[in-house]
Design a binder for this molecule. Structure first.
Ligand SMILES: [Zn+2]
Length: 610
């Protein structure tokens, strides 16, 4: 039997992935390792905990359960298995997620997607596999051009001039786009891609007059931009001389959105997690220089301001971030623009100022790693850095100057949500402008008054009061003996909650029953969320077999009572109707049924656990 999930989606994709293949891929995948590539997981008892990537929170309510191979968030309710995690995290379709897992686990799946799949449809979900293939082929082409004895010579000379070793060229997959107008386009068409697909990937531009197309990147050193799993999703190209624009990036495509990615994150993530800190630079070559000088915990923003999405990406891996933005006015303005989201991200931010306004690349080349290390050691807290810059423009010897300085800075302080941090900065400001702490705090309190307080952190417990139905299924999922009795004592149609009924049929009556790791992808998202909640919630309220037995008997009895009460009400309605119709035979028969129901009700439900 094919996986029902895939069957429903067959119309959209030409692949059918069997249930057996799904099980094989899941068996070859460890969800802890998978999730750990995206989030810093901390062991907590039998689970791993992290801040949820799917909603904004300050206390972890996201758990990964290695035994069940599931994740669940008690804050927002998201949950699923390894496939579901990738689908949500990467916004991939089911086939894309399972292919990625299969590739990593070294499992080959039948019916490979062809490069032309979905090309030119304009639907990002379908276009994605084709687009990934195009980017991969393009990177291979650029690399071959770079290595070509004559064509690649100027680019190799440029790399040598910047002292970039071959190992780094290889690590980053650097390449060269030659001067030809359509070398890449012709190569890709030969590889089976259509001109339209190449344009959609942002690698070629249409010619207005002739209807043809030409390569977007020409005579540039090419730098692949990857997603967190290392798949190429865009390119950056740098000129080899002083031509303009110095840098040219891929346009936005279904794969690539500006400000949504961090350059180098797929290479840097393990080092960032290991150190707990990350160096954030602006450009490609700053990052490449730092990696080449033994600082692999570096990412680049490829823009002048960090976006909220990029901050969220950093927060998943690090607790402290060092900004290496150029200390020029433009750089500071950029830092100010994003300061609010920075300050409340839960990360500790520091600013590294390099001597003489140099960028990391030139600093390392001219002064060497020790000068750079000195600058890191002298890094400043971001807020203190900003306060200092803002205040330094005022004459602090005059009362007017003091007042103006405070008024300029207070909105910045007021943006800090954490009260303790805010007070700490207020003290620093007071010292800096030589005013009393009380005066600053009074002004600051006026700024933040009325803003609602943070919500209570969600605990690692289900939201809302669990129903009897929920508790019965919970017991059955966690206790094999209970599962047996629940299977015998509960009929699916008795369960009022449709999602619980679905879970009961799938995970307790179905072929997956009794397995520790239940494949979830075949279920609807709502059922996945509830099932992972059931699986992730501990059985702690029952201590010992006897307590479980008592609880089970209690729940089953209450379910039976509910059932007989409903049946009794139905019989009464039928008896009333039969009496009104004068059908005495029917009345007698229904009354007999009603009495039998009463006898059932008084019969005890308890039975030994087998
Ligand atoms: Zn969540």
């Amino acid at each position: 039997m094919a996986c029902p999930w895939v069957e429903r989606h067959e119309k959209d994709t030409p692949t059918v992935i069997s249930e057996e293949a799904v099980a094989r891929v899941l068996a070859g995948t460890d969800i802890v390792q998978l999730v750990g590539r995206y989030l810093p997981l901390k062991p907590s008892g039998r689970y791993y905990k992290a801040l949820c990537p799917f909603h904004n929170e300050k206390t972890p309510s996201f758990i990964v359960n290695p035994e069940r191979q599931i994740f669940h968030c008690f804050g927002c309710g998201e949950g699923g298995d390894a496939i579901g995690f990738l689908m949500k995290q990467e916004r991939w379709s089911f086939p894309e997620a399972i292919r990625s897992l299969a590739d990593r686990a070294g499992i080959s799946l039948p019916a490979r997607l062809q490069p032309h799949t979905g090309g030119g449809t304009g639907q990002s979900e379908r276009a994605r596999p084709g687009l990934l293939e195009i980017h991969k082929s393009t990177a291979e082409f650029f690399l071959a051009q770079l290595r070509h004895p004559t064509i690649g010579a100027p680019a190799r000379a440029y790399l040598k001039g910047r002292a970039i070793p071959d190992s780094v060229v290889e690590q980053f997959g650097l390449g060269y786009a030659a001067t030809s107008w359509d070398g890449l386009l012709r190569h890709l068409v030969r590889r089976g891609f259509s001109k339209k697909q190449v344009e959609e990937a942002g690698l070629a531009l249409p010619r207005k007059e002739s209807g043809g197309a030409y390569d977007r990147f020409r005579n540039r050193l090419m730098i692949p931009i990857c997603d967190p799993t290392g798949q190429i999703i865009a390119f950056g190209g740098r000129v080899l001389d002083d031509a303009l624009p110095k840098y040219l990036n891929s346009p936005e495509t279904p794969l690539y959105r500006k400000g949504a990615h961090l350059f180098g994150l797929h290479l840097a993530a393990p080092a960032i997690r290991e150190r707990g800190s990350v160096l954030v630079v602006e450009g490609y070559f700053d990052l490449i220089a730092l990696h080449a000088h033994g600082m692999p915990h570096t990412v680049a923003v490829l823009g002048t301001a960090l976006t909220a999405q990029q901050i969220a990406l950093l927060r998943r891996h690090a607790t402290r971030a060092f900004l290496l933005f150029d200390p020029d006015p433009a750089g500071i303005a950029a830092a100010r623009r994003c300061v609010e989201s920075l300050l409340n991200s839960g990360l500790e931010w520091r600013v590294i100022l390099l001597p003489d306004g140099e960028d990391p690349d030139s600093c390392l080349r001219k002064r060497g790693p020790s000068a750079f290390a000195d600058a890191v050691a002298q890094s400043k807290d971001l807020m203190e850095f900003l306060l200092d810059r803002k205040v330094s423009g005022f004459d602090l010897t005059s009362p007017d100057g003091q007042a103006n300085a405070v008024n300029t800075v207070l909105p910045l302080l007021g943006a800090v949500e954490n009260e303790i941090t805010r007070q700490r900065y207020a003290e620093k400001l007071a010292r800096r402008v030589s005013l009393s702490n009380e005066a600053i705090v009074r002004e600051l309190n006026l700024q933040v008054r009325g803003r609602k307080r943070d919500a209570m952190p969600p605990s690692l417990q289900p939201r809302g009061l669990p129903s009897i139905e929920w508790k019965l299924i919970h017991l059955a999922l966690h206790h094999p003996g209970a599962a047996h009795r629940v299977r015998e004592g509960v009929r699916p149609e008795e369960l009022l909650d449709r999602t619980l009924r679905r879970i009961f049929q799938y995970a307790i009556l179905g072929p997956e029953a009794g397995r520790a790791a239940i494949p979830l992808a075949a279920m609807e998202p709502e059922a996945q969320r509830m099932l992972t909640e059931l699986l992730a919630t501990d059985l702690e309220e029952y201590e010992g077999e006897e307590a479980i037995e008592r609880a089970l008997t209690d729940y089953l009895t209450r379910l039976t009572l509910r059932r007989t009460r409903e049946q009794g009400e139905e019989l009464r309605r039928q008896i009333d109707a039969a009496e009104r119709a004068g059908d005495h035979a029917a009345v007698a028969q229904l009354q007999a049924q009603f009495l039998a129901l009463g006898r059932d009700r008084t019969r005890p439900h308890a039975r030994a656990v087998t």
